[in-house]
Ligand binder design. Structure first.
Ligand SMILES: CC(C)(COP(=O)(O)OP(=O)(O)OC[C@H]1O[C@@H](n2cnc3c(N)ncnc32)[C@H](O)[C@@H]1OP(=O)(O)O)[C@@H](O)C(=O)NCCC(=O)NCCS
Length: 216
């Protein structure tokens, strides 16, 4: 059984540790978080053992993998930075697929992806590294999803949608077939996206309209 470290101790970490412990095929050695007030506490029996400086010593402790558990509500920059830092320390990204998720044999998940409970990833889909397909999200056939993307809970991408690197599709949003969502764009919760979304823009509403530029 491979041993991994979970990076981040917030709500997303709780979900991931629950999914990992239910699957039972990966051992979580510890959680790291830069918030010192959490050090010494536990998440479901897993110790929060310190901050990023502990990454140096983990390989010697037999830890080979990492899971980015930093959440995001629009800005995926922190997730991307944590991913790169862990790679620089020689750790390997672990791909997480919840036991109730469906991932087609004809789909590709790049390293470090997370497909959470009851999510669906259909044939011809490619999901870039370190992206989250969150609880109950549906990625229809032939969608292409970039790196460090968050498809939030219950969002639905129709077939052939493309989503650029670092983009965020909010909880419960729906996206029309073949729409292109640009790099770093943010789609608000509950939006109905029927036109392409420019890189870095924020859209919301039904139908989705621009409401600004991404903060951060
Ligand atoms: C769209 C979004 C990014 C805008 O956030 P923001 O820039 O902080 O904007 P504000 O909350 O200040 O709202 C600005 C205006 O847009 C409206 N608005 C915000 N989100 C909206 C949405 N999803 N749909 C419709 N209108 C929305 C607000 O009511 C407000 O309107 P007003 O100016 O008339 O009062 C944010 O509301 C959102 O939906 N984020 C996604 C969150 C998510 O997916 N979380 C998942 C975590 S797992």
């Amino acid at each position: 059984m491979s041993r991994c470290v979970v990076l981040g101790a917030g709500g997303h970490a709780h979900v991931l540790i629950d999914v990992i412990q239910t699957a039972g095929n990966i051992e979580v050695a510890c959680v790291l978080d830069r918030n010192e007030s959490l050090w010494g506490k536990e998440i479901y029996g897993i110790p929060i053992a310190g901050g990023d400086d502990r990454l140096f010593s983990l390989k010697a402790d037999g830890v080979s993998g990492f899971v980015v558990a930093v959440g995001s509500i629009g800005d995926n920059g922190p997730r991307a930075r944590v991913f790169r830092t862990a790679l620089e320390h020689g750790l390997t990204p672990v791909t997480i697929v919840a036991h109730t998720a469906y991932v087609s044999r004809m789909a590709v998940l790049e390293r470090g992806c997370q497909v959470l409970s009851r999510a669906v990833v259909n044939p011809g889909v490619v999901v870039g590294e370190n992206s989250i397909i969150n609880t109950g999200a549906i990625i229809e056939h032939d969608c292409k999803i970039g790196r460090h993307v968050h498809i939030a809970p219950g969002a639905v991408l129709s077939g052939m949608v493309t989503v650029g690197d670092m983009a965020h599709v909010g909880t419960g949003a729906s996206v029309r077939q073949a729409v292109a969502i640009g790099n770093g764009a943010v789609v608000g919760v509950g939006a109905a996206v029927v036109n392409d979304v420019a890189a870095g823009s924020v859209v919301a509403g039904v139908p989705a309209r621009p409401v600004g530029r991404r903060k951060g």
